[in-house]
Design a protein around this ligand. Structure first.
Ligand SMILES: Nc1ncnc2c1ncn2[C@@H]1O[C@H](COP(=O)(O)OP(=O)(O)OP(=O)(O)O)[C@@H](O)[C@H]1O
Ligand SMILES: [Mg+2]
Length: 463
């Protein structure tokens, strides 16, 4: 039975038919009724995890809190809990502002959860280490509460040694923890989706393997010939936009997560005037006072088409815009990201170093190591003493996270800066970043072992 599903604030998505999810929804409802459960909702990229948990939330009693992890090369520590604190305010927000120890955060979080609360933590395959530590505690103690926590993740991006995989294993025997796998759509479901347009359902199902995102993009593209990849399907849909709308799309594609209205207005006021066209096309959706791609895979596809020089110029403009938010402090993780993408060395040195220290203070040592690695990639001309201090800091973070080879490498470089060790670790980190797009857009036709988790496992293993 199709279900009418309301997505928050997304005009074009207001009534999306959700097919073949009755069983999964019933299972989530049973977990909710039982209470004290953490359910990891897994499935390949684009299979329909978000649609499922939102459909559940739309039907569930009580309130739903949302927190999400983002596809940044180096995610901000505790980002999902910061999102949630923004919704709860009160004691939890205060707790998060004074102490970012993950155990402390987890305890505060558990206190928020009552029988009438569901929490959705999205995309935990991009989790930062502090959030992961908090999840460990939450998994062990969730059965002492009456609430429900759903954590979505791409199971094909979580290799055996991915930190999330380790935590999934550790929590497997906890009484309050379970897993739910979201399956691909059957041929019958694809037939139902293709019926209004008269498209060839058998061909589409054969091409996409029933991956919900790929199917919907192929149908939305309206292309005469079937787009052979997700990227082609997304680009065919984007091609229906006029030039200015397409320029706005390029800009939003360079902002992981969501792009705030104030940021877009500051960076490209003329393009921002075309936001309604992008929303009407279904490429973008509203997200509070921000806009975001309807899907991360679409963002990556558009990002990959922005020419290098333009991309750098836009990142530089985003860096300037983000440096002066209308309220509060700038987000240094975002500044470090755009500084690096803009090729602005002095800004990387400043912001990535600050982000590293903040991450370390909050126990997010993987992210701290990644930020120090980012600084080191750009610290070639620094005085020897400054570079040595950075190598020390990096080595310490790498050691804490169990990356012993990298820690030793950094210490060797510190002792003899001109040796062949110089820069090895930081170059490796860069390679992993560059391979993100390739691994994230080949849904539907990929072989899991081939594309599994390069982004996540590289950014962790190599640091
Ligand atoms: N059961 C379904 N029936 C019909 N369409 C669906 C279904 N599930 C998802 N979709 C469509 O597929 C698109 C992709 O789904 P969704 O965003 O939920 O995937 P996801 O698994 O969360 O992807 P990601 O791993 O990138 O987060 C949705 O925008 C929705 O339009
Ligand atoms: Mg999702």
């Amino acid at each position: 039975m199709p279900l009418d599903l309301s997505f928050e604030g997304a005009e074009h998505d207001v009534m999306t038919e959700l097919l073949e999810r009755d069983e999964s929804l019933a299972s989530l409802a049973a977990s909710h009724a039982a209470g004290g459960r953490l359910v990891f909702v897994g499935g390949e990229a684009g299979v329909g995890k978000t649609a499922l948990v939102r459909a559940f939330a739309a039907r569930a009693r009580g309130r739903t809190l949302y927190g999400g992890c983002e596809n940044l090369a180096t995610p901000a520590p505790l980002a999902p809990f910061v999102d949630i604190a923004g919704q709860t305010g009160g004691a939890f927000a205060e707790r998060l502002s004074v102490g970012a120890d993950p155990r402390f955060v987890a305890r505060g979080f558990l206190e928020q959860i009552t029988a009438s609360t569901s929490v959705i933590l999205e995309d935990v395959h991009w989790v930062d280490q502090a959030t992961l530590d908090a999840l460990r505690v939450i998994g062990r103690r969730i059965d002492e509460t009456e609430g429900l926590v759903l954590a979505t993740y791409r199971d094909d991006e979580v290799e055996r040694d991915h930190p999330l995989r380790v935590v999934l294993g550790e929590l497997a025997s906890e009484p309050g923890v379970s897993r739910l796998t979201v399956p691909r759509l059957s041929l019958d479901a694809v037939r139902e989706l293709a019926e209004p347009s008269g498209a060839d359902a058998v061909a589409i199902h054969g091409l996409t393997g029933g991956n919900a995102f790929y199917v919907t993009e192929v149908l939305a593209s309206g292309a005469q010939t079937l787009p052979a990849t997700v990227r082609d399907a997304v680009l065919a849909r984007a091609a229906t936009l006029a030039r200015d709308g397409r320029r706005l799309l390029d800009l939003v594609a360079l902002v992981p997560g969501a792009a705030e209205h104030w940021l877009l207005e500051a960076v490209a006021p003329e393009s921002f005037e075309h936001v309604d066209e992008c929303l009407a096309s279904g490429m973008l959706r509203e997200d509070g006072a921000a806009v975001a791609f309807r899907h991360e895979l679409a963002r990556l596809a558009i990002e990959s088409t922005v020419p290098v020089r333009r991309r750098r110029a836009l990142h530089a403009a985003l860096l300037r815009g983000l440096g002066t938010p209308p309220a509060g402090q700038p987000d240094v993780s975002r500044l470090a990201h755009h500084a690096e993408e803009a090729g602005d060395t002095s800004a990387v040195l400043e912001h990535a170093a600050t982000a590293a220290r903040l991450a370390s203070d909050s126990g997010a040592h993987l992210e701290a190591a990644a930020q120090y690695a980012r600084v080191l990639r750009h610290a070639i001309g620094l005085p020897a003493a400054s570079r040595a201090a950075l190598l020390d800091a990096y080595a310490q973070e790498a050691q804490v996270t169990g990356s012993y080879a990298e820690a030793i490498e950094a210490r060797q470089e510190r002792r003899s800066p001109s040796t062949e060790h110089s820069g090895i670790a930081w170059r490796r980190v860069e390679r992993c970043r560059d391979s993100r797009f390739r691994t994230s857009t080949q849904v539907g036709t990929r072989r899991p072992r081939q594309r599994a988790g390069l982004r996540s496992s590289c950014s962790r293993r190599s640091l």
